[in-house]
Design a protein around this ligand. Structure first.
Ligand SMILES: NC(=O)c1ccc[n+]([C@@H]2O[C@H](COP(=O)([O-])OP(=O)(O)OC[C@H]3O[C@@H](n4cnc5c(N)ncnc54)[C@H](O)[C@@H]3O)[C@@H](O)[C@H]2O)c1
Ligand SMILES: O=c1ccn([C@@H]2O[C@H](COP(=O)(O)OP(=O)(O)O[C@H]3O[C@H](CO)[C@H](O)[C@H](O)[C@H]3O)[C@@H](O)[C@H]2O)c(=O)[nH]1
Length: 322
């Protein structure tokens, strides 16, 4: 297959790019490097430097090499930041994606895998969360992605653009030679690993008074390689299916303190913590039911244990900063 990967210089897009290339597919990475570096682009990928908002460049790119599918990872990703600057999220995640959809329709490209998020659900009424649960984001980041899902629904029924919207829960871990390094880093696991490495003094725990077993937020951590498999299955499924929405998670929740304990077990290092107020916009609990993609596409995550996911992240993190 020939695949266009927007955000292919980032953590997840860069991982999926490497896995696609390793399986003999051709990849064009499309990224503006607003939150990544050129050096992160996989060696054997073709690179187009550009913004997803640039419809003319997208159309040119799409016309030049007919793609079998587009995987759209490019986005701003910090729920916390979106509570301070919502307009950035609606412009970069929602409006820019409209340019991509227009360019796809104009050039006759009709297969898209979209990076959606658990943040579309907001505070769930019950867990594990099923795909047909209430969609009520608690932050503009989640809303910016939910709006894309709504646009996709209409563009699918009117223009026939086929899509898979994958609602990822918390992505973590690394493959051989490539892992999580956001620019700047705001995610829990790499920040705790920084403490283990002595690159940071302590980890801040945002909120101690959530209605959870130890008062800290509960999240469902999914290994990036398992997530990548879901992308390949989803793209193939678009041969038969016109529109699908799937949750991608492990179905097990861990509190922030449990994640810190896991890092201590895996690294053997003590982790200093600072108890801080809640981060605005954070739901208390996000845990997925991923039964739908398992039943319909045969997706089977390989990394179910949190310690195993964190071990893979730790191995990569140590090499990166050696
Ligand atoms: N990391 C997670 O746990 C998680 C969870 C749910 C959903 N997601 C989604 O997965 C996708 C990838 O996330 P990630 O963790 O790899 O983030 P990342 O920041 O590492 O990667 C995003 C990439 O997109 C690029 N980009 C952003 N806006 C762009 C634009 N307008 N034009 C071109 N390039 C642009 C950035 O430069 C970066 O390389 C995002 O859409 C995110 O919302 C991530
Ligand atoms: O320094 C930190 C960083 C995070 N947290 C807490 O750790 C949990 C996980 O936070 P992350 O920032 O690692 O991830 P989020 O759950 O906020 O969001 C991630 O998963 C979401 C889906 O669940 C989104 O899609 C989003 O893109 C992705 O960043 C949250 O409860 C957060 O409050 C801390 O206590 N201290």
């Amino acid at each position: 297959m020939r695949v266009l990967v927007t955000g292919g210089a980032g953590y997840i897009g860069g991982t999926v790019t490497r896995i696609l290339l390793a399986r003999g597919h051709e990849v064009t990475v499309y990224d503006n490097f607003c939150h990544s570096k050129k050096i992160a682009v996989a060696k054997n990928a073709r690179l187009v430097e550009g913004d997803v908002a640039d419809r003319a460049l997208l159309e040119k790119t799409l016309k030049e090499s007919r793609f079998d599918g587009v995987m759209h990872f490019a986005a701003l990703i910090e729920a916390g930041e979106s509570m301070q600057r919502p307009e950035l999220y609606f412009r970069n995640n929602t409006a820019a994606t409209l340019s991509l959809l227009e360019a796809m329709v104009a050039t006759g490209h009709d297969r898209l895998v979209f990076s959606s998020t658990a943040a579309c659900y907001g505070e769930p009424e019950s867990t594990p969360i099923l795909e047909d649960a209430r969609l009520k984001p608690t932050n503009p980041y989640g809303e910016s992605k939910l709006l894309v899902e709504q646009m996709l629904g209409w563009i699918n029924s009117i223009h026939g653009l086929r899509y898979a919207s994958l609602r990822y829960f918390n992505v973590a871990g690394a493959i051989e030679g490539y892992g999580e390094a956001h620019e700047p880093e705001s995610h829990l696991i790499p920040l705790i690993l920084d403490v283990a490495l002595g690159r940071r003094e302590k980890i801040k725990i945002f909120g101690q008074d959530y209605p959870t077993p130890d008062g800290t937020c509960v999240r469902d951590y999914i290994h990036v390689e398992d997530l990548a498999e879901a992308h390949l299955l989803a793209l193939n499924a678009l041969e038969q299916r016109s529109r699908v929405i799937y949750n991608i998670g492990n179905g097990q929740g861990f509190t922030v303190r449990e994640v810190i304990d896991s890092v201590q077990r895996v690294t053997g290092k003590p982790i200093a913590v600072e108890e801080c107020p809640r981060r605005p916009g954070d739901p208390a609990v996000l845990v997925a039911s991923s039964e739908k993609i398992k039943a319909e596409l045969g997706w089977k995550p390989k990394f179910a244990e949190l310690d195993t996911i964190i071990r893979s992240a730790w191995e990569w993190h140590q090499k990166r900063y050696a």
